[in-house]
Design a protein around this ligand. Sequence first.
Ligand code: A3P
Length: 337
Amino acid sequence: METSKFFSLVEEFELDEGYQKTYKSFDEVLPTLFPRKGWWLDQLFHYQGFWLSSFALRGSMLLNHHFKPRPTDVIVATSPKCGTTWLRALVFSIVNRHSFDFSDHPLSKKNPQELVFFLEGAIYIDGSTSFIDGLPSPRLLSTHLPYSLFPTSMTDDTSECRFVYICRDPKDVFISKWHFANKLRAKDLPPIALEEAFDSFCKGVSHYGPFWDHVLGYWKASLESPKKVLFLKYEDVKKQPWDCVRKVAEFLEVPFSPEEENKGIVEGIVKLCSFENMSNQEVNKNATRNSERPISNSDFFRKGEVGDWVNHLSPQMAEALDQITEQKLQATGFNFR
Ligand code: A3P
């Protein structure tokens, strides 16, 4: 059983009583949760309707007990493999467009993960929220956590922080996840078979799954609170990236001026964040993995296409997944088309 290393964290960082309580309750909750094998042989725990790693669960608990939201916070939210890297890059370049020149942009030197920090990880750098508390406003943070696991201090009407969410056709998400899981698996393990991963995904057992519940949580929130949650589809962004860039800018209350439009800033952002441009940056070609960081920058760029599932799923598998999707979305008013 994994533990939070409660005592060593508390001792090493001399954390105050509040943090001690949170780590203690994490250590108490974890053994009570039903664990399942994750796709790269980590464990997933069923917590409040979702399958989370212990890392994500600890992040969520700290978020709920210690995070101090600011009205200017922007949360880039996704279920894994829906285009997190892309959305991070888009939001970063839209919000910071006055600070940088496209010919010498931070995105050409840094992976978007270094510019838009991963909330559930960054929240306990040094054991506490001190790193995140020290970031200047507006804070751009990224998350895979379901909407329902956020504190009401961030989701209710009194809070002004905003969420930009992107979803994607589950068949493409599954294929992207399966490739990613096999990159992450230890070298001495055989790859996870497509059929095994498919079975888990269909049952909802994948990081931050069930996938459909994750999407529907943000979808409903975007209907109820359109000023708080912007809901995008990967396929739409691919088709009309300029419209999406304008939509995000308007949502974040930093619309493009006629002068910026004339200067081609929108087109510049679309080009800067395109799969072709980003995957060709030296920093994103880096394929170094080690025990400290089992994921390399290059792992986040594979094909970047719509409909690649057709090259991997049998017609029967595709139909089965479509049927599950139809069932899950029944009477919700939402579809992936
Ligand atoms: P594929 O595996 O289908 O190629 P995430 O960033 O959430 O981990 O999602 C990864 C998926 O987004 C991968 O999909 C990856 O190739 C794709 N991706 C990464 N950068 C992208 C970009 N700039 N434009 C479009 N897709 C991108």
